[in-house]
Design a protein around this ligand. Structure first.
Ligand SMILES: *Cc1c(COP(=O)(O)O)cnc(C)c1O
Length: 390
């Protein structure tokens, strides 16, 4: 057998083999998955903007006016008016001097971190940070120190234990993507100041959602000014695609010159950019506040119902609600049984999460119907009991 077939067999035996499922139509609360109608409980389209009429109109208009492709990387001819307009919009939204677009959150993290830190520097990275952060750290060749999840006492000890002539970078998710809990940013900002470190926060799941005006985890914790690099994505709550770093003018200029994923990649296309601008306008309007309220209410009720049924929701405080299962096979059996009942919830296994902590990861949308969510929670609890999980 070939090494590929061997490896695929090994994955199957461990319950870690992955396949793709196809969704027909837009990312709405009810979708057709491989031909059958299901309730979608695993999309990050948190505010329902991915098929919002205003984003679609903006994308269509931009395509009519600017075409479908940008044709080049940003430093060649690929900086169009829309890139500049969106960067200005993001800086205004985040209250920073500047913002710089990246082609995806993955490209942002794997480009920004190696641009900022290198040999002789030390990166302090939460153990549960997103894979793209870890990849950025590995690419950087800086010394990597991983601290226990959200443990600021341990982070302090590690900062004391790893002095350097070079730079110290602390990097954390704002909202942890597989756990739905938030980083203790106020305390992390205190540590970064005390130790003279730089701080980068990945707010892929907080942007547009958390804080009174949707500015993200930093707004919720009241610490935006203490964060040197606020990274966020445009493909989740904002319903478009791409990512940004909200930073000082100096760091923006530095990244333009040093971040390889920014320099060596064709820039985002017009439709995507215009849709993102429209999304920020909605997030800033009363409509955005209303969607955030609906999302928070949906999330809280769903989580409370499942906690009451006996599930461990792993400290979730957001629209990401994990249900701890443990073994990968069990999580996948759970997912399969729910799918039979018309509920699409993704099971999450290693290497996405640590071994033994496989889970169902439910994600809520502002556009879910509360009654339908209550019924779904009850069906999930019933299946959990059948499988002996609660
Ligand atoms: C989704 C995600 C990313 C990657 O963003 P993309 O735009 O999807 O590439 C990065 N960090 C976190 C925490 C994420 O959840």
């Amino acid at each position: 057998m070939s090494r590929f077939a061997d490896e695929l067999d090994a994955l199957r035996r461990q319950g870690l083999y992955r396949t793709l499922r196809t969704v027909a139509g837009a990312q709405t609360p009810r979708v057709t998955l491989d031909g059958r109608e299901v309730l979608l409980l695993c999309s990050n389209n948190y505010l329902g903007l991915a098929d919002h009429p205003r984003l679609k109109e903006a994308a269509i208009e931009a395509t009519a006016r600017y075409g479908t492709g940008s044709g080049a990387s940003r430093l060649v001819s690929g900086t169009m008016e829309l890139h500049t307009a969106l960067e200005e919009r993001i800086a205004r939204f985040k209250g920073t001097e500047a913002a710089l677009l990246f082609n995806a959150g993955y490209a942002a993290n794997s480009g920004i971190i190696p641009a900022i830190a290198g040999r002789g520097d030390v990166i302090f990275c939460d153990r549960l940070n997103h894979a793209s952060i870890l990849d950025g750290c590995l690419l950087s060749r800086a010394r990597l120190v991983r601290y226990p999840h959200n443990d600021t006492a341990a982070l302090r000890r590690l900062l004391e234990r790893h002095p350097t002539e070079g730079l110290r970078l602390i990097v954390t998710d704002g909202v942890f993507s597989m756990d739905g809990d938030c980083a203790p940013l106020a305390e992390i900002v205190r540590l970064k100041e005390e130790f003279g470190a730089l701080l980068m926060v990945d707010d892929a799941h907080g942007t547009g959602v958390l804080g009174a005006s949707g500015r993200g985890t930093a707004e919720q914790c009241g610490v935006a000014a203490g964060i040197d690099i606020q990274m966020g994505t445009l493909g989740k709550a904002l319903g478009s695609f791409g990512a940004y770093a909200a930073v000082s003018r100096e760091i923006a200029a530095y990244l333009v010159n040093k971040a390889r994923s920014f320099i060596f990649s064709t820039s985002l296309p017009p439709a995507t950019l215009a849709a993102a601008v429209a999304a920020f306008d909605i997030v800033d309007a009363p409509e955005g506040a209303k969607l955030r309220r609906q999302l928070r209410d949906n999330s809280r009720r769903f989580r409370e119902r499942l906690t009451a049924a006996g599930f461990d929701t792993m400290g979730s405080e957001t629209q990401i609600v994990p249900l701890r299962v443990g073994e990968a096979e069990k999580a996948m059996a759970f997912t399969a049984k729910l799918l039979e009942q018309g509920l699409y919830v993704q099971g999450i296994r290693p290497p996405t999460v640590p071994a033994g902590s496989s889970r169902l990861r439910c994600t809520l949308m502002a556009t879910h119907d509360p009654a339908e969510l209550a019924a779904a929670a009850d069906a999930i609890a019933g299946t959990g009991r059948e499988l002996g999980l609660i």
